[in-house]
Design a protein around this ligand. Structure first.
Ligand code: Z5A
Length: 224
């Protein structure tokens, strides 16, 4: 018996600076979508697939510096593995994918932060993702001083800062400006949200945009 072709799933990404609430809001949206009968694959970058998780350890735990071009290539390599082995197959099977960071993080951190040329970032993006572009990107906007304070508090006294958390405030200000510029340039794909609002209020705004974009109503979800 030949079944109906499966409709491609939706691809939603969360972006923003350190501690802006991406993981929290990704989880809340997945819970709300589950309440509406939609199964989501919750994943992250760098990482998400076994090969990409190995590159993540290199990127975030290795103490040696990388040249900015080498760093950009490593993020692109991890992304290519993640897209080919997890994201594309899940979408093709009709699952929705929610990803904590994706292409806009490379544009912001390696492009604006490390000042790698936009033409190089664009080429790597095309190589790594092909046509696998997000349907919706939520960008959580937060003063980096507050984001870094939140992340420090969550990490506790014993956790070591990774190669990005230890960067200067000026670096994190450039990241924030880059995310805001992406949101302004691509309003059909991106929703820029004030991440200082409480978790439930941010989650409600995300659910409203998902409803507008895809014509489904996410459930109310668990209390954050
Ligand atoms: N990176 C890159 O350079 N290039 C790339 O292409 C990619 C990544 C993909 C990955 O770090 C690093 O890789 C990242 C960029 C770089 N480094 N930096 N900076 P990661 O995966 O280890 O961490 P992260 O992505 O930066 O996320 P995070 O620190 O885990 O933060 P978050 O996910 O945005 O926030 P959270 O975990 O949901 O919340 C943080 C805390 O704040 C937590 O205690 C929450 O309970 C609290 N929180 C959340 N929302 C609120 C609100 N609304 N009010 C108050 N408190 C809140």
């Amino acid at each position: 018996m030949s079944g109906q072709p499966v409709a491609r799933g939706r691809f939603i990404t969360f972006e923003g600076g350190e501690g802006s609430g991406k993981s929290t809001q990704g989880r809340l949206l997945a819970e709300r979508l589950a309440g509406a009968g939609i199964t989501c694959r919750l994943t992250r970058e760098p990482g998400g697939s076994p090969g990409a998780e190995a590159v993540r350890r290199l990127l975030l735990e290795e103490r040696q510096p990388f040249h900015p071009l080498a760093e950009s290539l490593l993020f692109a390599a991890a992304r290519a593995d993640h897209v080919k082995t997890l994201i594309e197959p899940a979408l093709a099977a009709g699952e929705w994918v929610i990803c904590d960071r994706f292409i806009d993080s490379t544009r912001a951190y390696q492009g604006a932060g490390r000042t790698v040329a936009a033409s190089v970032i664009d080429q790597l993006e095309t190589l790594a993702i092909g046509a696998c572009r997000p349907d919706l990107t939520i960008i959580l906007d937060l003063d980096p001083r507050l984001g870094l304070t939140r992340a420090d508090a969550r990490r506790g006294a014993s956790g070591a800062a990774d190669r990005f958390e230890g960067e200067t405030l000026a670096f994190h200000e450039r990241i924030r400006a880059a995310f805001r510029a992406i949101a302004a340039a691509e309003p059909a794909r991106c929703l820029l949200l004030d991440a200082t609002a409480d978790k439930a209020a941010v989650s409600d705004r995300i659910a409203a945009r998902v409803s507008d974009a895809f014509g489904i109503t996410p459930g109310s979800g668990a209390a954050p």
